[in-house]
Design a protein around this ligand. Structure first.
Ligand SMILES: [Zn+2]
Length: 440
């Protein structure tokens, strides 16, 4: 297969150039100019005017399977990923049963091999049942294929347990992803604590509920010299703590979601209590959003993660206070991140590195780059294509998005996984039948 004349964006080498890419079987064989002239009769995608980039790596996704198949399955979740240009996803452990044993890890991997459209890397629970009391089967889960540890959905409340998790994880070379939330400060909270939340008459979740845990985590990581990765950073105080920790050489990394880069609590207010804006951590203030954009620009925030959290309609179509937290984010992440990047003046390759090589580096997987001999996981993207978000057209079962009706710029035209097209957009420029399927 040949990708001809695309604008090849490779964040790993910090290069962007018009080139051809020759793919043989599942790997990239050659990259360069004039390849298309030497090979005739091959399957050719004319990529003139389009971007060709590495398949995105998303380190924070909820696939809901096993246990919550009515919200999402490995099949539909990976379809959503392919449609969003994501070819590698790390899936969180808060399934039913929780992924706290090698048996569940193996189940997820086998199911992903059989039904997944793209690659799935399971994240193991740090503690049994996500209860924060006893450690999970870390060594056995590692053998079964987990790439990280996290109790995401919940924080690890007990500092001594977190210490043990960090020490074990370091021994096994696994990153620890912590959901930073002091539950004693967020109890009953639904929206960001501040003027707007008060106006809405809803109990608040203050920024300090996050930052107090970020402070604890970075201090422990610094003391133990053990890496910690802070999930979905949402406020400026957390950014400041991470900045100072990094300046001291602490092994801390962190991520931000597209929704925290794009929306604030005022958007929730204007939505008139639309539960699709309800997410944890909550949408914050404009000053927080600006601090997140600035931190992404200067590298304090390492990567962008969707925290894709699909829900069934029932979980959201109730009073705001009873509605589930979360946003179905895989299919809107790339154009939203590009929009945020443009607003913040982040160079394109730098921004794309936060969705490719940087998350891959944190997870310790060899993905997110375009290189000869490397796996042909690629995205062909039309940067000019304008489209309107319609959740009914999502591949994800989760239609819960606050971006419904929003005009976005840039759309994935094709996603290649192991050298084969697994996604072809309905408006693809080659006149090919749209698909979103597993290819063996
Ligand atoms: Zn979380």
């Amino acid at each position: 297969m040949i990708l001809k004349g695309g604008w090849v964006l490779n964040p790993a080498t910090n290069t962007q150039e018009i080139m051809d890419i020759l793919i043989t079987e599942e790997r990239i064989e050659r990259i360069g100019g004039g390849i298309a002239r030497q090979f005739h009769g091959e399957e050719t995608f004319d990529c003139t005017g389009l971007w060709v980039m590495p398949g995105l790596v998303d380190p924070h996704v909820h696939l809901r399977e096993p246990g919550y198949e009515y919200k999402e399955t490995i099949h539909t979740g990976t379809q959503a990923a392919a449609a969003g240009g994501v070819t590698s996803i790390a899936c969180m452990a808060n399934t039913l049963p929780v992924n706290d044993t090698a048996t569940v890890t193996r189940y997820i991997r086998e199911k992903a091999n059989a039904e997944g459209i793209v690659e799935v890397y399971p994240v193991g629970a740090a503690t049994k049942g996500l209860r924060g009391e006893r450690l999970a089967e870390i060594g056995l889960m590692r053998e079964a294929g987990i790439v990280a540890l996290s109790d995401d959905g919940f924080p690890i409340r007990d500092a001594e347990i977190l210490r043990l998790v960090l020490e074990y994880a370091r021994r096994f070379g696994l990153p620890v992803i912590d959901h930073c939330e002091d539950l004693t400060l967020t109890k009953g909270g639904m929206v960001h604590e501040g003027k707007t939340g008060t106006r809405m008459g809803l109990k608040g979740i203050p920024c300090v509920a996050e930052s107090v845990m970020v402070a604890r985590d970075v201090l422990l990581a610094e003391w133990l010299k053990a890496p910690v990765h802070i999930a979905h950073v949402s406020c400026k105080e957390s950014v400041e703590l991470i900045r100072r920790a990094k300046e001291r050489g602490t092994p801390v990394t962190c991520e931000v979601t597209p929704h925290h880069l794009s929306l604030t609590v005022d958007d929730l207010f204007l939505s008139k209590y639309d539960a699709n804006f309800k997410v944890n951590p909550p949408l914050r203030e404009e000053s927080d959003r600006e601090a997140l954009l600035a931190a992404l620009k200067d590298g304090i925030i390492d990567c962008i993660a969707t925290d894709h959290a699909p829900h069934d309609a029932q979980s959201k179509m109730v009073e705001f206070e009873y509605a589930a937290n979360g946003i179905s984010g895989l299919e809107t992440a790339l154009p939203l991140a590009l929009e945020a990047g443009r607003q913040a003046g982040i160079p394109l390759l730098s921004l794309l590195s936060r969705m490719t090589v940087e998350p891959a580096r944190i997870l310790g997987i060899d993905r997110g780059r375009i290189s000869p001999g490397g796996m042909a996981n690629l995205v062909i993207f039309d940067p000019e294509k304008e489209w309107t978000v319609d959740p009914e057209r999502f591949f994800s079962k989760g239609k819960n998005t606050p971006f419904s009706g929003r005009a976005l710029k840039g759309k994935v035209m094709a996603t290649l996984f192991h050298g084969r097209a697994v996604y072809l957009d309905e408006n693809n420029p080659w006149g090919l039948t749209p698909i979103c399927v597993k290819r063996s």
